[in-house]
Design a protein around this ligand. Structure first.
Ligand SMILES: [Mg+2]
Length: 250
């Protein structure tokens, strides 16, 4: 065991907001709209439909399922047009101006960095779309390693996504904003989970509770069978929760 704990941390919606909504998709759909005469919104809906179809199809490789350029090109081909815009180039161009680190991201990561603890990025986005954003936001130096679907050709629901990282510590913790990716699947892999669903989605009467109590009392939907280990309202609460989990693990 090399580490006291491995803390896997999601990126989008957990630590940062990427430039897809505000810069990448507007450029891609504007070009497709000009070439096809279709409204940009319906072309965006076609891109989203192709993405969800790939996610739901186990025969599509995780890398192809998350390949935004291939998804956009597929929609263009179906409409018999040629798409010049490239998502990687657009991400690189707009990473600094159209992405944001969420509140307390830097403070929480700074506090979490410790010799006995590995902080590992665990994101569903391919490295070529995520790395430029992490770099632009100055978040890269906090991390020991980067897990993206292109590392082990897996998504977070697949145990192979995490490689041999969970074997390097007695305690593996997943931190993220999406129940399915960041609570359901990691619980199945035997990890502790710290869920950050967004404070607006947490009933106000739970706000004053501590994160462990909050996770027990949260009104989970019928298709959310495993409670998270802890539920945080803000990244400000993260370092203390990680430390408490390490103390519990002994
Ligand atoms: Mg996320």
């Amino acid at each position: 065991m090399h580490y006291r704990s491995i803390v896997f941390i999601d990126l989008d919606g957990t630590l940062m907001v990427n430039p897809f909504e505000t810069a990448v998709w507007p450029a891609v759909t504007a070009e497709l709209a000009a070439k096809t005469g279709q409204p940009a919104e319906s072309l965006m809906a076609e891109i989203a439909a192709e993405y969800f179809a790939r996610q739901a199809d186990e025969s599509v490789s995780p890398i192809a399922a998350m390949d935004w350029d291939d998804i956009a090109q597929t929609v263009a081909r179906r409409r018999n047009v040629r798409l010049e815009a490239n998502c990687v180039a657009l991400v690189e161009q707009h990473a600094a101006s159209h992405s944001t680190a969420l509140a307390f991201a830097h403070e929480a990561l700074h506090e979490l960095v410790s010799p006995g603890r590995a902080l590992v990025v665990a994101t569903k986005g391919l490295a070529r779309y995520q790395r430029p954003v992490l770099e632009a936001l100055g978040l890269t130096p906090y991390f020991t390693a980067f897990l993206t679907p292109d590392v082990h050709n897996g998504l977070k629901k697949h145990r192979r996504f995490f490689g041999d990282w969970p074997e390097r510590a007695r305690l593996s913790i997943m931190v993220g904003d999406l129940y399915d990716d960041d609570v359901r699947s990691p619980s199945g892999h035997g990890f502790r989970t710290i869920w950050k669903p967004g404070s607006a989605r947490v009933p106000v009467e739970l706000h004053a509770l501590d994160p462990f109590e909050r996770a027990c009392r949260y009104p989970y939907a019928p298709d959310q069978p495993h409670p998270a280990t802890a539920l945080i309202l803000s990244l400000r609460e993260l370092p203390a929760v990680v430390q408490a989990l390490e103390e519990r693990a002994g």
